[in-house]
Design a protein around this ligand. Structure first.
Ligand code: UD1
Length: 448
């Protein structure tokens, strides 16, 4: 049978980037870090900009690989994406001549699927590749597809691509999810902004990044409101206008640096940290006996009195916001190796988000993972430098945290995973006094 795909994009594998971090641990981190804009908000804001032909301007955008991939994906569609200065992006989607999101984009970043809702609702059709993303278990997109169908779209799945069509405008509807999905909520919400009539989304994700997106959509002239904690209502509009927006600070990045301070017995202040978005983590740190001072737009972690090795063990469980973020589970798990006793971790959101702990064990952590959702961590562990491999973004950040506290030098391979979500991580750890080196490696894993 002939290949029915209308376009013949070849999937060109990108050259594998061999990047590593070489870290010599044992220095207590001290100083101030400026928290970047949130990856998980910026990617959706860039996608939302295609809802209008007018120019949108975003500031406080993190300079990370995922943002660059989204910008490239938009440019491939014919969207003008300017990057006039660091951390600022301008998007003008006046002419979109290519309603096709290829495997190449999707394989690099799951959030490329965020283009489904906005392209479909504005242009009435899109062909979009099934996304990949982090290696943290099966990550289907059935909820996104069901939401589009509820709004009146016709969607077929063939050869790894979703062929989506909206005969006329999408129609407002009741979108019911079986459980909370962050991007599912966001895709449904973006699609509903230009649909005809009223949409109710329930249960809607409550993550701060979703509310940041709502704030931007309202500036564009959309009628979107969180009418109850788990309910978002949208009244569709015929067109939206361009607008400006500053990306909300990244609570996951802030949490990572907060834990770095605790891991090393340091004293670190996070400027622009939104403490109100970090309640669950601050509560865990408090139970462990780590001093956290929350201010307006700043957070200080002081681990100079009770230090690593002497923290109180705790049991943690991930949950949708306002619970403890699954993206903070790996860093928090590393911190639990420094508790004096037995802690447990229950990962409720993703399957296989504990696999990276094999690498942590190689650094001396005592961890038992009876199944893909539970870990038992026996502390305090005397971590030692090792050669370890990063499997995904948050696991990478967590191995860095372990290396910062370990005796000796670690080489952490697979640094490109970390660049997906953390802006200039080596510079920022160096500024806090860490012994941190970014190295490029040859194929054999040796420095090149
Ligand atoms: C987003 C975040 C990610 C975070 C996650 C949970 C972005 C770019 N990524 O991912 O960093 O870890 O929220 O806070 O914002 N699911 C389905 N079918 C679907 C969609 C999801 O079964 O169609 C399942 C997932 O496999 C998972 C659960 O739902 O078990 C929650 O995932 P979801 O909230 O959708 O995560 P993402 O939006 O992909």
């Amino acid at each position: 049978m002939a290949d029915p795909r209308p376009f013949h994009w070849e999937y060109t594998p990108q050259p594998v980037q061999h990047e590593a971090f070489r870290i010599t641990g044992g220095t207590a981190l001290r100083g101030t870090v400026m928290v970047s804009g949130a990856k998980n908000a910026a990617l959706k804001l860039l996608a939302a900009a295609v809802l209008t032909g007018e120019r949108c301007r975003f500031t406080n955008v993190p300079e990370i690989e995922d943002v660059r991939v989204m910008a490239e994906t938009l440019r491939d569609l014919g969207v003008v994406v300017d990057h006039p200065e660091p951390n600022t992006y301008e998007v003008a989607a006046g002419d979109v001549d290519w309603l096709f999101v290829p495997l190449e984009a999707a394989a690099k970043m799951r959030a490329s699927f965020m283009l489904l809702g906005p392209l479909l609702t504005r242009f009435g059709e899109v062909i979009i590749s099934n996304p990949g993303g982090d290696r943290i278990g099966r990550r289907p997109v059935d909820l996104h597809v069901d939401a589009m169908r509820a709004l009146g779209a016709e969607i077929d799945y063939r050869y790894g691509y979703y062929y989506a069509k909206a005969p006329g405008r999408l129609r407002g509807a009741e979108v019911r999810f079986p459980f909370v999905s962050v991007m599912g909520t966001e895709n449904a919400m973006l699609a509903a902004t230009l649909a005809e009539g009223h949409t109710t989304i329930r249960p809607a994700a409550r993550e701060p990044e979703v509310d940041d997106l709502i704030a931007f959509l309202c500036k564009m002239g959309a009628e979107v409101e969180r009418t109850a904690p788990d309910t978002i209502e949208v009244e569709g509009r015929k067109r939206l206008r361009g607008s400006d927006h500053s990306v909300v600070p990244d609570r996951i990045e802030a949490g990572t640096f907060a834990i770095a301070a605790a891991m090393t017995g340091g004293l670190v202040t996070l400027e622009r940290a939104r403490c109100d978005h970090l309640d669950a983590l601050v509560e865990v740190l408090g139970r462990m006996g780590i001093a956290v001072d929350c201010g307006t737009d700043r957070l200080t972690v002081d681990a100079t009195t009770v230090g690593p090795g002497a923290y109180t063990p705790v049991d943690i469980e991930t949950a949708p916001y306002p619970g403890l973020a699954t993206d903070l589970q790996p860093p928090t798990s590393v911190l639990l190796t420094q508790a004096n006793g037995r802690s447990t971790v229950h990962e409720t959101i993703f399957e296989d988000r504990l696999e990276w702990m094999t690498e942590l064990r190689r650094m001396g952590a005592e961890i038992d993972t009876p199944d893909g959702h539970h870990a038992i961590i026996q502390g305090p562990a005397r971590l030692v430098g090792a050669d370890v491999e990063i499997s995904d973004l948050r696991a990478g950040a967590s191995l860095i945290l372990a290396a910062l506290a370990a005796s000796g030098t670690s080489t952490i391979h697979g640094g490109h995973h970390v660049r997906r979500g953390y802006e200039n991580i080596e510079r920022r750890f160096l500024d806090l006094g860490a012994r941190f080196e970014h190295v490029l490696e040859g194929d054999s894993g040796t420095p090149a």
